[in-house]
Design a protein around this ligand. Structure first.
Ligand code: BGC
Length: 332
């Protein structure tokens, strides 16, 4: 009797799970179709329809990529379907790519997080849909072009900056977005390659934040407890800086830690301003979005395009922030 009850409970639970998943997937397809239909229903639908698929919709960095692309819509008579998982989720991102291929858009611009993106990119190309990668490249795929940071070089730049600022003496903890993300791997590889050449620097721990500020804080906190000798942190994605400095503050380590991380978000700029962060690697997400549309148009029009389009990655320190502000003041 007890066994039958367990079997029924398991069957019921599986049914509820499958049902909930079916509803979730159905809703996603519906919202995607609705957006496409909205474009088709307008009195003069755009001549081209591109899908732009990023890591996370509600994220400061990806919002800029989306805005840059959408800004080009009018100029090129293109409708940019800017999509991404609500919260970073590579499997969901793959599903969005699959849907874009199935809905036969005119061009796909996608952040190719890992190897799993390659077969779908190739499938799109086989069906005559040109694909570009943005922010994170899939060089093994048949994508036509990549636009974004040279992630290996950006990692080297972060390493060189840390060596210089710490005068070649540091015990380092690394917080990375995700171990499996190709661009984060490159950012660590470049960083390590520089540090290898300096005797006084040692990396004692590397953990992932899961593209999450709280995740970064938890990992940095754990690291600082396990390795109280850490004197410097390197964060490879936007939200890592906030997490690292929050953990350092809780442990009263904010003043004596050196922190370098990626991206000039408002939060990171504030932390740089008040001295919690020492240096940032600034990327160009807005430009990645806007240039990706321009390059995709060239591809569609049959113009020759370069395969690699590296956008700038530069080091920003507190004085640069003041300079940027004064420049913005002068031009506004
Ligand atoms: C990366 C993006 C990533 C973001 C996550 C940025 O540095 O370039 O790919 O989605 O960080 O926080």
């Amino acid at each position: 009797m007890k066994r039958t009850a367990i079997i029924y409970t398991l069957l019921l639970a599986s049914f509820v799970f499958v049902f909930a998943f079916a509803i979730y997937f159905y809703n996603q397809v519906q919202s995607y179709d609705a957006k496409i239909k909205k474009n088709a229903d307008t009195s003069s639908p755009s001549a081209y329809h591109f899908a732009l698929i990023g890591e996370e919709m509600d994220h400061v960095y990806w919002r800029l990529v989306g805005e840059g692309a959408i800004e080009k819509e009018g100029e090129y008579d293109v409708f940019v379907e800017y999509e991404g998982p609500k919260r970073s989720n590579p499997e969901e991102q793959l599903k969005l790519l699959d849907m874009a291929v199935k809905s036969k858009v005119d061009g796909i611009i996608v952040q190719a997080l890992n190897d799993k993106f390659t077969p779908l990119i190739n499938q799109a190309v086989d069906q005559g849909i040109p694909v570009m990668t943005v922010d994170t490249d899939a060089p093994e795929s048949r994508r036509v072009a990549y636009i974004g940071t040279d992630n290996y070089e950006a990692g080297r730049l972060a390493g060189e900056t840390l060596v210089k600022d710490t005068k070649g003496k540091a015990t380092v903890g690394i917080i990375t977005g995700r171990f499996a993300n190709a661009h984060h791997q490159l950012r660590i590889e470049g960083f390590k390659d520089v540090l290898k050449q300096t005797d006084g620097i040692e990396i004692v721990a590397v953990e992932e934040s899961n593209i999450d500020r709280i995740g970064a804080e938890e990992q940095a906190y754990k690291m600082l407890r396990e390795h109280p000798d850490i004197t410097a942190f390197y964060g490879t994605s936007t939200l890592d800086g906030g997490g690292i400095t929050a953990a350092a503050e809780k442990l009263n380590r904010l003043d004596d830690l050196y922190v370098i991380t990626f991206d000039l978000s408002d939060e990171n700029a504030q932390l740089l301003q008040n001295g919690a962060i020492d240096a940032l690697v600034e990327q160009q997400p807005y430009q990645m979005g806007s240039r990706s549309v321009e390059i995709m148009m060239d591809i569609i029009k049959g113009k020759p395009v370069e395969e690699i389009h590296h956008t700038d990655a530069t080091i920003i320190r507190k004085p640069d922030l003041l300079y940027q502000k004064s420049q913005a003041g002068e031009t506004s």
